[in-house]
Design a protein. Structure first.
Lengths: 263, 303
């Protein structure tokens, strides 16, 4: 690997990943490459292993078999489960972001919005209050939260605002890869639409790569370049998003696509 | 609040029903081993098998066990509570060791070899050979935002201390300045973020490069930690909001000191109040020195 230019390598290389929960299958035989600037959607019904896969990829759940390698800024492709815990945690709070479905899980609910956004900066050693606050203000603006709310507690925010705050908190360190678990789940459709617009803009502006788990095909169509369709723990179909959605080959994908109401 | 305050208990009155200094020898040995480890890793919280003590949790069960383990027959013990030698808790603990260990007790900071304290560091600078024992209610400085012990240990191990600054950030955002005024987090020897116990931040600078050994005992939480002599102790802050200590516009009503930590005392029900040194021995000593001079302007207020 060392002789190759880092730009020729994918950001994330996943090979034969499997995870069993005891005797039960979570997911198996998952392999793909994620390239810089690419957004991949993982779709499938509840219980198909989407979230298990996402947890395996984001260093939160060690796979039973297979490898997940990340192209780090300094050392090239590294197996994330073979790194030291210190560097893995460093990676998770600098180069990576994780957007939870429930924003409350991803935020500190007992500190103000500004502190939530500034936390990662402080974790990286920022020690100038004015600079941290400036950056937080900047990011609240970017995610369309009124900067006058910077000192308000997250519990006073609406669901859509919480989700945007969570995104700002993750993006403040300019990560290269962001994991999202149903980022629009639990939001009403107009709020969803604005959030999707925002995500699409941010992804384009910062050249982010993302892995988005969703059961909503509209979200996948809008945000992702490629798709993995999961069924019973396995990837049954993969391809460009438009191609998969417009011309599904696998019987399960056909069922999935046809079960969406066309307005 | 009498002036010359050394009142040594006769060393021969040890209660024969107790082992020396109350704890059994095996327990003291276990605690001493923990103290040695704590001194070797400044600021690191060493778990220990805290014993039931004949006083309630929160009254100094950790401090009293540490004191019992380090005290010897020749030591001279001083106990202070909120700076004062004459409060109930201080008097009880002093009497406890006078009875079970037969040690001499004192109120004079410079005569003591072991000083057990709650909420203050004496105003008079400590010297080499003295041991300062703190009573600690919550030894974990990260506890307020991370309730899981396994996680806080990991954060210490990996030096993930960004969260401490989140707390200071919140203070500035809410109050315009760092409003935390006691138990102000410090970094010991450039490594471990440590709770200085609920001493006012006024006392934080005294911990830095102190010639005395500083031992911390948390009985309910079962932790011992230490700051060895001449160890760096820095208070966390921001570049544009540096650490500062409390200041008072008033001087001590009794001794006139302007450089000590002052307690505000309400003296009547019409809003009358006065400020006095919280370190009662230091204040008394200053008053005695003034009384021996010809002019003694605070003489009337002294008693």
């Amino acid at each position: 690997m060392s002789g190759m230019d880092a730009r020729e390598l994918p950001l994330l290389r996943v090979r034969e990943v499997a995870r069993y929960h005891g005797a039960n299958l979570g997911c198996r035989n998952v392999s793909f490459d994620l390239w810089p600037g690419e957004v991949i959607a993982v779709v499938g019904e509840s219980g198909s292993g989407k979230t298990t896969l996402l947890n395996c990829l984001s260093a939160q759940l060690e796979p039973t078999a297979g490898t997940v390698r990340y192209n780090s800024r300094t050392d090239g492709l590294q197996d994330i489960y073979r790194m030291s815990e210190a560097s893995r945690r460093m990676l998770m709070r600098t180069d990576w972001g994780f957007v939870h479905q429930d924003a409350r899980q991803g935020l500190r609910m007992r500190v103000s919005a500004g502190a939530n956004v500034g936390e990662r900066l402080m974790a990286l050693g920022a020690r100038h209050y004015g600079d941290i606050r400036g950056e937080a203000t900047d990011w609240l603006g970017k995610v369309e939260i009124d900067v006058g709310r910077i000192d308000d507690m997250p519990r006073t925010f609406s669901g859509g605002m919480l989700q945007r705050l969570q995104i700002a908190r993750n993006l403040v360190t300019k990560p290269r890869l962001i994991f999202m678990d149903e980022p629009t789940g639990g939001l009403d459709v107009s709020v969803q639409a604005r959030l999707l617009d925002l995500l699409r803009e941010l992804i384009a502006d910062f050249g982010l790569s993302a892995i988005i788990v969703t059961h909503d095909l509209a979200v996948a169509r809008m945000l992702s370049h490629r798709m993995l369709v999961m069924h019973r723990g396995e990837v049954v179909e993969t391809g460009l998003t438009d191609q998969v959605l417009d011309d599904p080959h696998h019987a399960y994908t056909q069922l999935l696509v046809s079960s969406v109401l066309q307005p | 609040m009498s002036a010359a305050t050394t009142s040594s208990a006769p060393a021969a009155t040890t209660d024969p029903g107790y082992n020396f200094a109350y704890l059994d020898e095996q327990t003291k040995r276990m605690i001493r081993r923990c103290i040695l480890k704590a001194v070797a890793i400044p600021g690191y919280q060493v778990p220990f098998a805290s014993r039931e003590m004949p006083l309630p949790y929160g009254w100094g069960t950790g401090g009293i066990q540490v004191t019992a383990s380090v005290i010897g027959p020749d030591d001279v013990l001083k106990v202070i509570d909120q700076g004062a030698d004459d409060t109930t808790n201080a008097v009880s603990i002093r009497r406890f060791f006078a009875r079970t260990a037969g040690v001499a007790t004192t109120e004079a900071t410079d005569e003591a070899t072991v000083i057990q304290t709650r909420h203050r560091i004496p105003e008079k600078p400590l010297r080499e050979g003295q041991i300062l024992v703190y009573q600690v209610p919550i030894p974990e400085p990260l506890r307020w935002l991370e309730p899981r012990e396994a996680e806080t240990r990991k954060m210490h191990a990996l030096q993930e201390y960004g969260a401490m600054h989140v707390r200071l950030y919140e203070d500035i955002a809410k109050h315009g300045r760092i409003a935390t005024s006691y138990d102000y987090p410090v970094k010991v020897n450039g490594r471990y973020v440590t709770a200085p116990s609920p001493i006012p931040k006024f006392d934080n600078p005294k911990m830095h490069m102190n010639p005395a050994i500083q031992l911390f005992g948390a009985g309910r939480e079962k932790r011992i930690y230490a700051i060895p002599p001449y160890t760096t102790v820095t208070s966390l802050d921001f570049e544009d909001h540096p650490f500062t200590v409390q200041k008072w516009d008033e001087a001590c009503t009794l001794c006139g000191a302007t450089d000590t930590y002052l307690d505000e005392v309400v003296v009547d029900d019409r809003g009358g109040r006065m400020f006095v040194c919280s370190d009662s021995h230091h204040c008394g000593e200053r008053q005695a020195a003034q009384q021996t001079e010809t002019a003694a302007p605070w003489k009337g207020a002294a008693e």
